[in-house]
Design a protein around this ligand. Sequence first.
Ligand SMILES: [Zn+2]
Length: 450
Amino acid sequence: MELPAGPYRQQVIDVLRDLVRIDTTNPPGNETACARYLADLLRPAGIETRILEAAPGRGNLVARLRGSGEARPIMLMGHTDVVAANPEEWQYPPFGAEMHAGYIWGRGATDMKQMVAVNAVTLLALAASGLPLKRDVILAATADEEHGGRLGMGWLVRNLPEILEAECAINEGGGGATSVGGRLFYTCQTAEKGVCRLVVTARAEGRHASQPRRDIATLKLARAISRLGDGYLQAHAIPTMRAALHTVAAAQSSYAAQRVDAMLDEGRIDEALAAAGLDAEGVRRMRPLFYDTAAVTGLAAGDPESINVIPASAVAYIDGRILPGQTREGFVNLVQSHLGNDVQVEVFRNQYSTGLESPFDAPIYSLIEEVVAERCDGAALIPWQCAGSTDAKHLIPRGLPVFGFIPSKPLPPRMSEAGAHANNERIWIENVPFALEMLYDIVARFCLRG
Ligand SMILES: [Zn+2]
């Protein structure tokens, strides 16, 4: 479906620039200013809008374009807060939304005010299209994602639970293009790894340094953590990563795809990655997505001022990243089994979040696949997992599947975007109307099919 006649391709760029100019650095957030701007944009087109503040200034916008109600709604989600930016470290003002060298520069240009703009203009274009939509389209532009979403999506699902009636949601995450063996693949984020942070403690009697022993706390800890090896503790191909690798391999041959499947069945991850045709960089990026990992990020014992004292305890801090399906207890036991019983493993300050996965045998996933193939020269879609977390964590556990898809074409040679949280964050201007054309097509078809 093509956009209806109208200046939407220019409008989406203008809306993005307006949004970037509203400083929503979180904290303090001040997302209500963005919510008001969006409400003023959408209301004249007859779209219902509500601004809901979880706290003063922390506004969430929920807009709804009504369809016939024959099918369940689709939700387009995006957060309006951004992380801090220090203007002295930027080439152009981070809240200026200036255009230079083919980019729009500004905090939020890629994370993720571009998608908020695309979602809003998609709604305007759908409202103007006159298409007989069989489902409502809900737009949620929420606060506080960068600090976990407690005042944003986390608050909305408790205070406006009707949004959970949607069939699916489209979110940030995937949508990027990546090339393997000369073929182009677009990603759609269907999974997110969880986090489980640990503190490991070795204890023994403290004593004088002139009487070393094998069983002192420092050595117990050193021996234990050396057993973590490279930190890739347990291999498991979740459905998302299995399908991703299968699709990449199948682009070579069905034989390659069969080999990859068999290797994954046997837990031979590295061989499967190579057999799928990934280069060394691709293997490096993808390997953590097949494992529960543990990185030792801190060590503490003793005191240089008491260098002649053997301390009674030694601790290590571990940042664990766990696959969907792994549990808190399961990961603690896994790490303990590697480290042995000379040390004690506990969750650090309750820092645990579960991994998430949405089923991708869903109509919206097939539809995204179809639109990508048609509009991007036959490119294939692969489901994808990221190692970070998004507002999907408030929705997937409550039964609403979330698909991360911010469409962006590969950049021309010598261009490079700077992404989420980076200095000089910028987006290739052409990718803004591109995302609009893609998303409009996906949502329009989804709403016509019911
Ligand atoms: Zn984001």
